[in-house]
Design a protein around this ligand. Structure first.
Ligand code: PEP
Ligand code: MG
Length: 617
């Protein structure tokens, strides 16, 4: 995916001075447009700490289960690392592959794990203590083997080296297990200097939620894909960003000056004077473009033949509220509430949630706010839920196909009821809608509606006032199963919101956040488009409102196609609203319908890409 462009030739007379470090570039996946010029700050993993501890004898079984969980997570991480090796140069592959295999072997039926388990059962210590004690004992035993006086010195030195290597491998395996056992602390970006370009191996959506866009000029990470939640957050925050940059941490040193281009995916270290001048020009160009687009805020969102098109904002963090208000969006089409639950030790209670939802509803001043109930799962890990044992152990199966979204809420009714009660309380302040994530069948919707009505009855008995009739209850269409059952689901719900991010992921069997398969992630694949078409037609037939709230809605190139398929409502990050409005105002519905017919006749994704590009000019 990425390529190194070291030593790229430059035009004569434009070379950097001989004393300066040479300019070097890497390219990754562009996820958030904009130019950042600044010093690199390489964010390291949080410090690894643990307290030695003992357990009660009857807790040994639970401790063994924790250890098994950490072993499986570690194996999965290493498996991912191994799969990514193919993108590295061959000599690096030869160097790293045996190392990963050695770690994997130690995480199999090894002496290390057998002995750690024995320590838990026999000496009643925590899994962390058992692992780290056993790691040290093994490493010492290997290094401490007495030298054989009869052996030649050279052989002895080689032997020492190889023993040291072996001990290092064991210690590294121990550190990995410990990190997974302790579920390493939240990352803090407090030390990042103002205006820095943040560089990391990986950035979880929860980490992205901690970023202060006024402080960080740009961000690059070795892992990540186009429409993963980390990418979505960075776009929402307006932070220029590039993900999936292979080899990034080898080049990026804290303090090095760099230019990051979030539109092309290129990061240039030690930029030459001409590169810097070019980047400064591009910064000015972005500022001019923002000003030009700002005038669309006050213009109506309608096609040239006066068909109104609803443009709403997606909200993750309260910090985005003013941006949504200024963008010209008419309400919020997707409030991702997962972010309320992240980066905290406790779960927000009903009163705290109601307060947050009310703040959002009031800020929208009469425009509708669509609040999606908690969509836990996939990459959206929430430590407070894990700590309370509210979420299942997803280690031995694919978490994207396990207990996600509504599935979790139906298994944890307390969590669900608390959130529904908070949303109902907030509905006093203005119009809201309730959106259910990851629905695949009508039974789930019926079960959810039953709980929704039960909560409403309880609140009424309690004397709480809220909107009557109840706020509409709708569902995300984000799996092929839901899309193909859209006609049946439409009978059960008040509205649909098409989540094209997951819909593309599940249809194409491509992880939306994975770097290795990012080239296969394509919302314009004919299979994805047919599911969108099927869903939209089912909704229109049943006269149920339908919108798109996945990242497809934010791309103005896709607007004519989606309009042609019959969609009239889109929800996107605040920054995208003026661009999409510009696209809406440039087309007629007639032209869009003709165009979408041409597209839907195609069976080749590349041909569709070409048609879309051609239409948008
Ligand atoms: C989607 O899947 O398209 C969607 C909007 O939901 P999320 O990105 O939060 O999974
Ligand atoms: Mg989704």
């Amino acid at each position: 995916m990425s390529r190194t462009e070291d030593g790229k030739s430059k035009p004569a007379g434009r070379r950097a001075p001989a004393t300066a470090e040479a300019e070097k570039s890497l390219t990754g996946i562009p996820v958030s447009a904009g130019i950042a010029i600044g010093a690199i700050f390489a964010a390291s993993e949080p410090k690894l700490e643990f307290k030695r501890g003992r357990i009660r004898a009857d807790a040994a079984e639970a401790e063994l289960t924790r250890l098994d969980g950490a072993v499986q997570t570690s194996r999965r991480q290493l498996g991912k690392l191994r799969a990514r090796l193919s993108v590295l140069p061959e000599d690096s592959q030869h160097e790293i592959a045996p190392l990963i295999d050695a770690y994997l072997q130690m995480l199999g039926p090894s002496r290390l794990l057998r002995a750690a388990r024995r320590r838990i059962c026999d000496t009643h210590v925590t899994a962390e203590t058992a692992v780290m004690d056993e790691v040290e004992a093994l490493a010492e035993a290997i290094i401490g083997v007495p030298d054989d006086a009869a052996r030649p010195r050279k052989m002895e030195a080689d032997d020492n080296d190889s023993r040291q290597r072996r001990a290092d491998e064991i210690r590294e395996t121990g550190r990995r297990l410990l990190r997974n056992l302790t579920e390493a602390a939240f990352r803090s970006f407090a030390a990042v200097p103002q205006g820095a370009i943040l560089v990391a191996e990986t950035l979880r959506p929860a980490d992205a939620a901690l970023i202060d866009p006024a402080r960080i000029a740009g961000l690059a990470a070795e892992e990540g894909g186009t429409d993963g939640h980390t990418a979505i957050m960075l776009r929402a925050l307006g932070v220029p960003a590039v993900l999936g940059v292979q080899g990034l941490l080898n080049l990026a040193r804290t303090g090095t000056i760099a230019v990051l281009d979030g539109a092309s995916g290129r990061i240039t270290f030690n930029p030459s004077a001409p590169t810097l001048a070019e980047a400064k020009q591009a910064v000015a160009g972005y500022a001019r473009e923002r000003q030009r687009l700002a005038r669309f805020r006050r213009l109506r969102s309608e096609t040239t033949d006066h068909e109104p098109v609803e443009l709403q904002g997606n909200l993750e963090l309260l910090a985005e509220l003013p941006l949504i208000a200024q963008s010209g969006a008419s309400g919020i089409g997707l409030f991702r509430t997962e972010f309320l639950f992240m980066n905290r030790d406790t779960l927000p209670d009903e009163a705290a949630q109601a307060e947050t939802y009310r703040t959002v509803v009031e800020a929208m001043d009469g425009d509708t706010v669509t609040i999606r109930v908690l969509d836990w799962g996939g990459e959206k890990d929430i430590d407070a839920l894990v700590a309370r044992g509210l979420v299942p152990d997803t280690l031995d199966h694919n978490p994207a196909l396990g207990v996600r979204g509504l599935r979790l809420l139906l298994r944890q009714p307390d969590l669900f009821e608390t959130q529904l009660a908070a949303i109902l309380r907030a509905s006093r302040a203005g119009p809201v809608r309730v959106l259910l994530p990851m629905v695949t069948n009508t039974g789930e919707v019926r079960a959810a509606r039953e709980i929704y009505e039960r909560v409403a009855r309880r609140l009424r008995r309690r004397g709480d006032k809220f909107s009557d009739p109840l706020p509409p209850l709708g569902i995300m269409i984000e799996t092929p199963g839901a899309a193909l059952a859209a006609d049946a689901l439409a009978l059960e719900v008040d509205f649909f919101a098409i989540g094209t991010n997951d819909l593309a992921m599940y249809t194409l069997a491509v992880d939306r956040a994975a770097t290795e398969v990012a080239d296969l992630y394509d919302p314009l694949h004919p299979a994805v488009l047919r599911l969108i078409q099927f869903t939209t037609e089912a909704a229109l037939r049943m006269r149920k409102p339908v919108s798109v709230c996945g990242e497809m809605a934010a791309n103005p190139r896709f607007t004519p196609l989606l309009l042609g398929l019959g969609l009239r409502s889109f929800s996107m990050s605040a920054a995208a609203v003026p661009r999409v409005k510009q696209a809406v105002r440039a087309v007629s519905i007639d032209a869009c319908v003709r165009f979408s017919r041409r597209v839907m006749e195609q069976s080749d994704a590349d041909r569709i890409q070409a048609l879309v590009k051609e239409f948008s000019g």
